[in-house]
Design a protein around this ligand. Sequence first.
Ligand SMILES: [Zn+2]
Ligand SMILES: [Zn+2]
Ligand SMILES: [Zn+2]
Length: 407
Amino acid sequence: MKTDFEEMSFYSFENCANSVIKPCNIEIRNAGIDKGIGIFACKDFEEDDVIFEEEPIVAAQFYWNEKYGYLSCHHCLRPLETTDENIKRLTNNENIVLPYPNLCPTDKTQHVYCDCGVGFCSASCKELSWEQYHKCLCLLRNPSVNKLLLAWSGFHYPPETCSIMIVLKMIAIIELSQNYDEAVSTFLQFQHNYVNEDENMLLKFLGTEYADNFRKIHSLLHEVLPCKFVKEFVTEDGLRKLFALIGRNGQGIGTSVYSEWVKKVEKLDLNTEERNKVDLFINTTYDAMNEHVGIFLNCEGSGLYRMQKSINHSCNPNATVAFPYSNSTLSLIASRHIAAGEEICISYLDTCNLDRSRHSRRTILRNHYLFDCQCEKCTEQEGDPDVTSEEESCGDDCVSEDEAMES
Ligand SMILES: [Zn+2]
Ligand SMILES: [Zn+2]
Ligand SMILES: [Zn+2]
């Protein structure tokens, strides 16, 4: 069977990072009138099978995440701390002693820094970053980038969902591309045509004063990057669409040197006493981290992915997204048996929201992803009298209200 992406010219797009890493056994095609494009299995997958892996077209760490000391590679988001430094910082305990320190995945001898202070996990990340966008955005060459970052930091607070850096990187990638038209169309393929979605995303990213804040960001953007940029993205309307595009397609990325260390420890061949001892260490460390930093355990950011963007939502998903290498490389993992021909779906909702009633799920999906879920589970539950008065009152900010209730 011929796949759609064999025909997609963007795979030859050189100046943008990378394409698919592992051979894939999937097909990208139309999934029906309501759903648009979807991803389908071309062979059977078993639970925990890797369906595909890919690197982002563009990715960036969140502003406050970086400012609060979650140091990661400016290009691939790999943590730059050692496991020992990480647990000391996240537990606020200088005396904690990491067992099996040799399993720490961080190799500081490989780290390189730009003269502006930005850090990279390797020389190759530094080179890629320079070629693709940093040439335009390096603070030594373009100090006004800082103005834009500071303005952004005044509008968008943790828990963050977007970064102005991803906008800057996208525009710089286009600017520096040798094939301008192809670079533009690479990003334009992420665009959807939904009425009114732009305003929702601005509210989400820039707060209630979003109209003023948006004007500030827009004029600063022109000050920072006074280049020949594509009109589609840097007019007011274009920038609004760019935010909407990132809001709808941006995949959250989380990397942690500690969880990578934990995975390595789990694979060690230990006797019962040693195992119990290290398990106790892991649990008490997680508890201490939870007390000191709460949910903020990871280096966090977001990215745009060529294949991930085609994965539809289901309230009964058969796959999950993971970052197994502690960098921005995305892995799609089967969460149960998937038969050849079946559509592969993930959940856009977190576990808490996924367990909620059909009505709640559909309200959140409509407000944040602008579609009415028609998945099997929603169809089965169609007749359920599941509406409580509390849920009924859920409005536009349904998710934040829900999150407030959960916490
Ligand atoms: Zn890197
Ligand atoms: Zn630099
Ligand atoms: Zn559903």
